[in-house]
Write a protein that binds this ligand. Structure first.
Ligand SMILES: C[S@@+](CC[C@H](N)C(=O)[O-])C[C@H]1O[C@@H](n2cnc3c(N)ncnc32)[C@H](O)[C@@H]1O
Ligand SMILES: [Zn+2]
Length: 295
């Protein structure tokens, strides 16, 4: 667990900070004495009571996403994100930079970003926090990114992070709490958002039982963030893919449709696919700058 990331955390009960945990400690204790478990797998649970009414991804769905990402299909998206993040980190020698990955899932994108930064930045001045409501996902994220603080948290609540602490907030297909993201960003910090384009994986949408992607997400995205953020650039990224039936099966399971899929029917559809199916992943990477700073 990264010490400088712990410095940015606030206790959700009393708003005070935390002392750095001792190595191998089973809990993190705030300055007001509230104690939170660090799970055996390395993630921290700050969420007490109920989170947003939300059906978390099952272990099978999380496993499918991890397998698909680990096969490297979205490597170019990982690289593009690392580039977008690197452009906005403080220069070495300043106070530590903090990246917050909101809805980190299994931590695959954060891992890509941290490893790209690590290749250039050897003085350890970049810290990271991964937030997600799913313990299944965070178990994997904690394994992938042990240097980050991975926290069970509901993004729709006030975030357990101090104002003006983050250089970059990253949101890859996860909920966007604009007010809170703006609060935790340092002046000049940025929000980097990845959304799918309407044509994303259209070639396999039917076979993978994917739910339809809404049209023109960009204007809706800009509009939804407008009270707190202004657009600071966006780019489209198209990635041609060659997918095996098992890759298509992982796509089917890893998305929201994974909750409703009939495995027998999916198996029948996958059995009819050729050895490799061509498809194009289509993403938009949007960068936003906060409009005002918070005290
Ligand atoms: C489609 S997944 C994307 C995960 C990861 N960014 C990736 O692309 O691999 C969406 C993630 O958001 C998380 N999530 C959904 N609602 C959430 C909430 N209210 N608070 C925290 N995390 C949430 C889910 O558990 C899931 O891991
Ligand atoms: Zn406390």
């Amino acid at each position: 667990m990264e010490i400088s990331a712990v410095d940015a955390l606030l206790c959700p009960h009393c708003g005070l900070g935390f002392a750095a945990p001792l190595p191998e400690a089973g809990s993190l204790v705030c300055e007001g004495g509230h104690s939170f478990d660090i799970a055996r797998q390395g993630y921290l649970n700050l969420l007490t009571g109920h989170g947003t009414k939300f059906v978390p991804d099952t272990a099978a769905m999380v496993g499918a996403r991890d397998a698909f990402l680990d096969a490297g299909h979205y490597q170019r998206l990982g690289e593009a994100l690392a580039d977008a993040v690197k452009d906005h980190l403080c220069t070495p020698g300043d106070e530590p930079s903090l990246i917050v990955d909101a809805g980190t899932g299994t931590g695959w994108y954060l891992q890509q970003v941290l490893s790209a930064i690590g290749e250039e930045n050897t003085d350890g001045t970049v810290a990271a926090v991964g937030l997600d409501i799913s313990k299944f996902a965070l178990r994997r994220a904690a394994r992938r990114n042990p240097e980050a603080v991975n926290i069970v948290w509901d993004l729709w609540r006030d975030l357990p992070l101090g104002a003006n602490t983050a250089d970059v907030v990253l949101v890859v297909f996860a909920p966007r709490n604009a007010g809170e993201f703006a609060r935790i960003l340092k002046p000049g910090g940025v929000l980097v958002v990845v959304t799918p384009l309407p044509q994303h994986l259209a070639e396999i949408a039917r076979d993978a039982g994917m739910l339809g992607i809404q049209e023109d997400k960009e204007s809706a995205l800009v509009h939804s963030l407008a009270a707190e953020f202004e657009p600071a650039g966006s780019r489209e990224l198209l990635i041609p893919l060659r997918l095996t039936p098992s890759d298509v099966g992982n796509v089917a399971l890893m998305g929201p449709a994974g909750h409703h899929l009939d495995p027998v029917e999916l198996g029948q559809r996958l059995a009819k696919l050729p050895a490799l199916t061509s498809a194009t992943a289509a993403f938009r990477i949007s960068v936003f700058r906060a409009l005002s700073t918070h005290p």
